[in-house]
Design a protein around this ligand. Sequence first.
Ligand SMILES: Cc1cc2nc3c(=O)[nH]c(=O)nc-3n(C[C@H](O)[C@H](O)[C@H](O)COP(=O)(O)OP(=O)(O)OC[C@H]3O[C@@H](n4cnc5c(N)ncnc54)[C@H](O)[C@@H]3O)c2cc1C
Length: 407
Amino acid sequence: MPDGDAEDRVLIAGGGPVGLICALRLSQAGIPVTVFEQEKKILDDPRAATTHPATLEMLEELGIEREVESAGLVAVEFRFWDRPTGELIASFDHGLLADETRFPYVVQCEQFKTSKIVLDKLSAFPECRVLYSHKVTAVRQTKHQVAVTIECPDGIGTFTGRFLIGADGSRSIVRKAMDIEFEGFTYPERFLVLTTPSDFAADRQYVYRNYLADPTEWCNLFKVSGDGPPGLWRAVFPTRVDESDEEALSDVSVQGRLQKFFPKSSDYEITHRNLYVTHQRVAANFVKDRVLLAGDAAHVNNPIGGMGLNGGIHDAMNLVEKLTPIWKGTASIEELARYNLQRRTTAIRFVQAQTVQNKKRLEEKDRNIREANLKELRDIASDPGRAKEFLMGTAMLTSVRDAAKLG
Ligand SMILES: Cc1cc2nc3c(=O)[nH]c(=O)nc-3n(C[C@H](O)[C@H](O)[C@H](O)COP(=O)(O)OP(=O)(O)OC[C@H]3O[C@@H](n4cnc5c(N)ncnc54)[C@H](O)[C@@H]3O)c2cc1C
């Protein structure tokens, strides 16, 4: 393997959706990029699907919104349910945002499909290299340069660039190499994701996005397009704290969980069963000189409300907006402090706060608080002014607009 790819370029650790979107935005700005991805190809595990209006606006700027929308499902509404009684508590319609955004809806598109669309677009940029089976194992920086050590099938080598973006996920080696704290906590329970072709909308009023509150075991229920019609449904449940991975993933437990929520006479066909450890954490700094963090490397949260990847895409757009004039010599490197201020503040004040609250609302055990929470949702949904404000938050439009005003 050639040692010392000493070129003037931006290096990106991690070819997940955030790393690839950083690469596309940089390439569109005429900046040479190398992406290092440890896997052999894009993985298709069932993680993000919900793409909010604020993000669809950014995907449009990137020139990929139409393709993402056609690869996914358009979800205009989402609903809250009281699981023990089966009562529909509140229904929120993104149509209320029609005068705020060109995209008054959510697109349910699996993240690996978005990544594939971005990767395809990157092939039009000869100065962009995406290197699979290339694992970043160490990082060091000087005043003018960043160097990464790479392990790949040809051996071990070093690549250098002017900046490094750590988009290498929650266990980010870049963040660790920079000795940046990942502040927050890890939930004791894990999140179980079950994927099935069973059609939940057929005889119930479920829409493509549903949140079911239950003091003993909450559930999120979503539809994704899968390999095409009729599509797939994903149900997300918390495990019990004392439940082993084997037990949670066993046929008995998987069927039991689904049957408890959505009884039917036969067994469910299960396409995927996945368990995720879930955290609420934010890096103490998103910038260390020439090393920048984005996406899950910078912040992680529970998936209720679908905000993790959306926030990562918002990081990518904000970061490249700051990096481009620095690269072109029309802004100083200090401009990166605004990236940290805007995106870190948003991650803490909005995404962390909102996702923690989303989970509490679904799992609340105290009868009075639970009743008050459900009443509040009913009241908000029945008042168009309040419902619009609520949707501006869930659609992540408020957080993106507020971030732009910081600094
Ligand atoms: C069940 C579940 C449901 C979710 N639903 C949603 C949702 O609906 N909406 C939403 O917005 N978010 C959702 N999320 C969160 C979302 O999946 C993540 O926020 C998203 O994957 C972050 O993208 P990323 O590119 O930052 O990190 P990742 O997707 O983790 O990608 C990081 C990449 O870096 C690579 N890598 C890691 N270490 C190295 C290394 N040392 N060298 C080279 N490469 C490396 C990895 O192989 C990986 O490809 C969900 C998460 C879960 C678990």
